[in-house]
Design a protein around this ligand. Structure first.
Ligand code: PAZ
Length: 361
């Protein structure tokens, strides 16, 4: 009899099968300890805590991973929104793809200029008589960098920002589940803001190749995988060069949707859950966002299109007006560093703090 796929199981069964199949990430105990201390501190201070997820997850093709499937997300939405949550008085757990954009440092990181372009060598002062002047921030960046630096320092000195990295989709799932459970003492002071681009497809651990997938034939005595060829990675012969090269055909399973479990099981009672929905086809966006809201019964789905995500989003809510567009006016698009996050971050934080609906532009 064929084994049922995770998508055919109840959410609770899919959870136990999925989490039993993967070893927890090595960093999980350390991340849990950091998160527990962070959450305790903010429970004590009666501060609201938001878990922001950011960046894309990878899908490894091999257990000893050389190759993986990735996605486009740079973490701009998550990193920018985190800054706005901090500004609104939240403490932020920033669960992000390793090396993606981070709050504050994103202003000077790889997606903009090289950070060295912000620096200059100042002339040496007379007293030092040295030809090595101090390195300084260029005049034109002083104002903005001072502002960013002060906010960054404030968040750091007051322990308001906890950075936790993930890489693979299974690491993300383990971290999300643990953090949501650890956030239970926060009750309604907890907010989940799920902006990460989480892979929809993956190779189950049981069907994953252990070693680097070979692209050419091996002599029989070295071809360990030929006896246990994984079902989902078919390396058939390439017709053009039958003797040497192999095709790679990958058969991926759907990643179980754990939003249901987050809303109904892991997250604290009374907390707010905001998810994002990305599409490329404008005619699908509202339908897909609405379907997600109905399916998981959470509080808000923010829909965005790949091509316009920096300038417009749609808020899909269970209560009227049900669909509300938020747009950065054209005149401010090129000047805005962060695009629509300026609007979304603030509107969300405002909504949570005073219960009012966010106002569109
Ligand atoms: O990271 P980024 O700023 O480049 O992109 C943000 C985003 C499009 C990943 C986010 O807004 C989003 O829609 N996340 C959910 C994607 C999805 O699973 O549908």
């Amino acid at each position: 009899m064929a084994t049922p796929s995770l998508g055919d199981m109840s959410p609770a069964d899919a959870e136990s099968v999925y989490f039993n199949e993967y070893p927890p990430p090595k960093a999980l105990p350390k991340h849990e300890a950091l998160a527990r201390a962070f959450i305790d501190r903010h429970v004590e201070a009666n501060r609201r805590v938001v878990l922001v997820t950011s960046g894309g997850t990878t899908v490894p093709l091999e257990a000893q991973t050389v190759r993986f499937i990735d996605n486009f997300s740079a973490g701009t939405r998550g990193a920018t929104s985190a800054e706005y949550f901090l500004q609104e008085g939240y403490a932020v757990i920033f669960l992000h793809r390793q090396y993606s954009l981070l709050p504050y440092s994103r202003h000077y990181s790889h997606s903009t200029n090289c950070f060295l372009d912000f620096m200059d060598e100042a002339p040496a002062s007379d007293s030092t008589q040295s030809d090595h002047g101090p390195i300084v921030v260029r005049d034109e960046y002083q104002h903005q960098m001072r502002d960013v630096l002060r906010k960054y320092r404030y968040a750091k000195q007051n322990n308001l920002l906890l950075l936790l990295p993930f890489t693979t989709v299974s690491e993300y799932m383990f971290e999300l589940r643990s953090l949501a459970k650890l956030m239970r003492p926060l009750g309604p002071n907890a907010l989940f803001y799920l902006a990460a681009a989480v892979s929809d497809f993956f190779i189950p651990r049981s069907r994953m190749a252990e070693h680097k997938i070979q692209s050419s034939e091996l002599p029989a005595h070295l071809d360990k995988d030929s006896a246990v060829e994984p079902d989902d990675i078919y390396t058939g012969e390439n017709e053009e060069q039958p003797s040497q090269r192999k095709k790679l055909v990958i058969n991926l399973d759907p990643v179980p949707k754990f939003l249901h479990r987050l809303v109904d099981g892991w997250a604290p009672d009374g907390s707010m859950v905001v998810s994002f929905k990305l599409e490329t086809d404008p005619s699908l966006l509202v339908y897909k966002a609405r379907t997600a809201l109905q399916r998981y019964s959470h509080h808000l789905v923010i829909g965005n299109l790949l091509s316009t995500r920096k300038w417009e989003v749609v808020f899909i809510t269970p209560d009227p007006p049900h669909e509300r567009w938020l747009r950065v006016p054209k005149a401010r698009r090129s000047k805005s560093i962060s695009g629509v996050e300026d609007q979304v971050g603030l509107a969300e934080a405002k909504k949570k703090s005073d219960g009012s609906a966010p106002t569109p532009e």
